[in-house]
Design a protein around this ligand. Structure first.
Ligand SMILES: Cc1cc2nc3c(=O)[nH]c(=O)nc-3n(C[C@H](O)[C@H](O)[C@H](O)COP(=O)(O)OP(=O)(O)OC[C@H]3O[C@@H](n4cnc5c(N)ncnc54)[C@H](O)[C@@H]3O)c2cc1C
Length: 451
């Protein structure tokens, strides 16, 4: 097939076929690479349908793409595929303040959506670290979340209605606008986190909520991660409802100090934030959290009294990933998630695995929802290290699963973890495969990802 055969599916200026252009779509934020056959940049659902119909008739796989920031390989083009790039579908179609919904095209960038909601004092909370570039379509397809998931949940909790083009070329609306529904299967939920393997999302209606006004933030030092993890469990079970409860381990702190001018004490740090609509309430809740940390053995605390001091406390957390990236050539950022009561065991397992294989691991993450980012610090040019890395990852996954956890709290499965899906899902994985086959019998929707 020559490129002439498909350049007229949509306006040819929006069909990219030159090697220079294609290479820029060949990767995401992982080490995986694959050059697509062509890239289509549709401007509406009708064009998406035309691309799907052509791909179905010619049996060409399709990989949808938002900003390409996936940390699991799910945005890397499947072998011989067309890429559908949503960069030109960035419309905010409706902000419904009466019902607290917003309807958007999939290419809208997370932070740009929230900027548009400021005036109405509403927001869409999930807040991934990549929020200044990642798209709503990518977030829905990976069930993305971030530091505020402990209070506000994940993208899944906000998806109300989807417009989707199926592999057959048929466009369907999933869900409705009612505050609740018991009418049939939850197909919206099935599409959330499906990583483009079931169909292409062309429109998303999200619930939005009132933006909090007051914030109280503190950083607590601990001489052991076990004590910090104990404090996390107590803060959550006491019903204080923190909006952020982040943990940073000793290794991460040491690397941050190497590259940034930031003073953080202790062998581990907890960052706690309370937000809400009453100044007194947020400070009362923070004070109670500080008492809990004290009783759990915190060795020091630093409370932010001004917005500048608050920013300064955030700097340490925000500096974690960039500092680790400077420390070693290759970072492998994992995101296992365990029940809160098993958090300290999981932290202990990570240390044991790191020592056993001699691979440095720095761990930080969203402790309040059991989501840890053990980050393997390696060099991809060393075959010995990369071989050890594989073993380390498998042992971390097995440890998380044995503690009742999951392979991924927010980044998804993509290419990186699909070989471990059987470990987590056992025979229900066959059920997932059968369901995928119902939606995509020719296996053309982002094949090779997830399953
Ligand atoms: C520095 C950095 C920090 C990050 N921090 C976080 C974090 O805190 N929390 C978190 O959850 N993730 C995080 N991520 C991972 C990533 O940003 C998220 O998974 C994000 O949701 C991906 O959005 P995207 O627009 O880049 O999607 P892409 O990476 O382009 O795509 C992701 C998946 O969605 C599919 N997809 C995209 N659009 C559609 C569509 N319209 N229809 C169907 N399928 C579609 C793609 O095929 C792919 O499978 C981070 C990544 C980086 C690089």
């Amino acid at each position: 097939m020559s490129s002439k055969d498909f350049q007229s599916i949509i306006e040819h200026e929006r069909v990219l076929t030159s090697p220079e252009e294609l290479v820029t779509y060949s990767y995401d934020a992982t080490e995986n690479r694959c050059i697509p056959k062509a890239v289509f940049r549709p401007i509406n659902e009708e064009e998406v349908r035309k691309i799907i119909n052509f791909s179905r008739d010619n049996e060409i796989p399709l990989t949808p793409r938002g900003a390409g920031t996936s940390l699991s390989g799910c945005a890397v083009p499947s072998e011989g595929s067309f890429v559908i790039d949503f960069g030109l579908m960035r419309g905010i179609k409706e902000i419904d303040t009466e019902n607290s919904f917003v309807t958007v095209e999939p290419g809208v960038v997370y932070e740009s959506l929230n900027s548009n909601l400021v005036e109405s004092n509403l927001f869409f909370p999930p807040d991934p670290g990549s929020g200044n570039v990642c798209t709503i379509g990518g977030m829905v397809s990976t069930n993305a979340s971030g530091i505020r998931a402990v209070k506000y949940g994940t993208t899944r909790d906000y998806v109300q209605r989807l417009r989707v083009v199926l592999a057959s070329g048929e466009a369907v609306t999933l869900g409705n606008l009612a505050p609740k529904s018991s009418a049939g299967y939850d197909l919206v939920g099935f599409f959330v986190g499906s990583e483009g393997t079931l169909g292409i999302i062309t429109e998303i209606t999200l619930k939005i909520i009132k933006r909090p006004i007051y914030f109280a933030v503190a950083s607590l030092s601990f001489d052991s991660m076990v004590k910090a993890a104990k404090a996390v469990g107590e803060i959550i079970s006491s019903g204080l409802d923190p909006s952020v409860l982040e943990i940073i381990d000793d290794k991460t702190l040491r690397v941050i100090k190497m590259y940034q001018d930031i003073e953080v004490g202790g062998n581990g740090v907890l960052l706690v934030e309370m937000d809400g609509f009453s100044k007194e309430d947020v400070w009362n809740r923070l004070d109670t959290a500080l008492e809990i940390c004290d009783l759990s053995g915190a060795s020091g605390s630093n409370v932010a009294r001004t917005s500048e001091e608050r920013e300064a406390l955030w700097r340490a957390r925000k500096a974690a990933l960039p500092s680790l990236a400077r420390y070693k050539p290759t970072l492998i950022l994992e995101d296992v998630t365990v029940p809160l009561s098993r958090l300290s065991e999981m932290l202990g397992e990570i240390t044991k695995i790191s020592d056993k294989h001699g691979i440095e691991i720095a761990t930080f993450g969203h402790a309040g929802d059991g989501n840890l980012h053990p980050t393997l610090l390696v060099d991809r040019k060393s075959p010995v290290e990369m071989e050890q890395t594989k073993k380390v990852m498998e042992e971390i996954f097995r440890a998380a699963l044995s503690l009742g956890g999951t392979l991924s709290g927010e980044h998804g499965i993509g290419l990186s973890k699909r070989e471990f899906m059987k470990l987590e899902h056992k025979n229900s994985l066959d059920l997932m495969k059968k369901l995928k086959n119902v939606f995509d019998p020719k296996n053309l929707m982002n094949p090779g990802k997830v399953l």
